[in-house]
Every structure is written in C-alpha cells, then in structure tokens.
Design a protein around this ligand. Sequence first.
Ligand SMILES: O=C(O)CCC(=O)C(=O)O
Ligand SMILES: [Fe+2]
Length: 318
Amino acid sequence: MIGSKSLNARGLHRQRVAWAYAMSQRRRRALAGRIDSAERESIDRDGFAVRPNALPADLLQRVRDEVASVPRPAWQMRQGQAVNRVMPLPAKSDGSAMAALARYLARPDIRNLMGYAAGRSGHIVGMLQTIAVDPPSGDADPQANLHADTFHPTAKLWLFLHDVGEEDGPFAYAPGSHILTPERLEWEHQQALFATAGDDRHHAAGSFRLAEEDLPSLGYHGGVRPMPVAGNTLVVADTYGFHRRCPSPHRTVRTSLYGVLRRNPFVPWNGVDALDLPVLRNRVMRTHLQMQDRRAKAGKSIVYENAGTILAETLPET
Ligand SMILES: O=C(O)CCC(=O)C(=O)O
Ligand SMILES: [Fe+2]
C-alpha cells in the first residue's frame, strides 16, 4: 500500500506523514514534564540530545573490560566497506555488565527521553553494536548517505563506549530536520510518488535519501553536524531527521550500546508495549537473529549472518 502509486498520487502518503507527526507531537506533550528540560529543548530544536558521562564510572569500566575480554554470540552484516555487528544483551540479570546495560535501557529517564525523541514511548530494543569500517574492503558505506529512517518520528540511541573522533566515522545529524516543514511534507509526497521506481534499494524501501545541498530547500538551514564524542557519551536522536554515519578515511572500529524505539505512530497513547511483557522483554533481538539462522539453514536470504561467539571488536574478514 505504501508503494501504491495511485493512492500516493491522491495524497495517501502526505496524509500519513502529517497525521503521524501531529499525533507524535501530542504524545510528546504528554511526556514533556518527565524529561530533563535541557534535553527536551535540545530534541525540540535539533532533533537530538547528547548526554556526556552517561554511565556511572564503575559500570563503564566493567562494560569496557567485559567487551574487551568476554566473547559473546554475534551476528553481522556487511554494507560495502562497513561491517555492522550486533550482540544481543542478556534477557535476565546474570551478573554481567551486558545485563546491566539492558537494565540501563529500562531506566525511567532513558525510557522517557527515548519516548520523547520517538514521539511515543515503549520498549527500547537494545543490543551491543560494533561498526567496523575498512575503506579498501568495499564500496561506500550506504549509511554514509544522508537519510531519514522512516516517514514518522522514531528514535535511536548510541552510548559510545570509547572516544569517536572526527576521523573515526562519527554519527552526524542535520539539526532541525526532524521538524515537519511544509516543504518537507511536499517533498515526502514527491518521494512517495517516485521512490518505488528509483534504483536506490534503501530509498525504495521508504528510508528516503537526500543530498546535503538540498536541505535548505526543505527549510533546514543548519547543515549537517558531525558528532565526535568522548567515550561514555549518550546520543539520542529522532531519526526522522536526516542523519548519516560520516565516512571513515581509515580503518575504524566503534562500539556502542545501541537502542531502537520504533512504534506504530497512529495510536493516541504512550507506553502499552507488548515487548515490555516479561516473556518478550529483551528477547526481541536474539529471537530475530535466531530466526535469521534458521532462514540461512533453509537457504533463504538473510540480513544478519551468524559470526559465532567472538569479541565485539574482532576485525571482520575482508
Ligand atoms: O552509525 C551511525 O552513525 C548511523 C547509522 C544509521 O543511520 C542508523 O543507525 O540509523
Ligand atoms: Fe539511519
């Protein structure tokens, strides 16, 4: 339906975008009093919030030690010269620092902040994520193209475990591009009409790409801001705003606690998420990845390939 040209011509996509945005803004107002006012202003204005020294020092140390020394089940996908590796977090408290990271995502301040950024609170699907980029190993990293993840407010978080410098492929975001301007709405309409015909797979799937120089034509005048960070910095972003990963000019490996909050935007209330139920909580990623293994065994196409039990920062084979 999303790809139906005749419905889109009659304004279906435009309507969906406008309605999802308006409902997200209402749900945000309901959450506004529960988050830090400086972080709220940052999300309202820029579309993201940055919190330094996010983990308590002792937990940070345990997490760093564990990531460097304890192998865990990993899955990965290669996108050109970038390898995106994920490791599910334990669903139950097992005394590990990884289990403590899963609990961190359930903290009310993190849930509310992510809910605010996403325009709807709910269960944050968490994992350890390592991005390894080795420029000679393949084509350009597709995530280095400026894009919006979907057609409505939605949130991601990265808690970077180590410093990420300007030259280390930091996250970058176009400040203010999470705001639905009349120009953006018109652009969404045009994209829906033509995207399915285009040859960019990501674009055709609804994650619309945009050339950096076209930002001003959508009413966004803040450019694209790379976000190099010190280790232990939390970045929460509404990924309806345009963002990308900066290309790494040299080989880089970057590990973070990564969280995704993406919900149906057409429901009036916050919370009420089946994924919060104890039987499902913190199991989404592992279940998804185990299903990938079953598909692989059956010879079906997969996104994430089983990488065995390894250290997060093991360099991928080229
Ligand atoms: O890894 C990054 O810096 C951004 C990747 C991205 O676009 C995403 O995770 O949605
Ligand atoms: Fe993205």
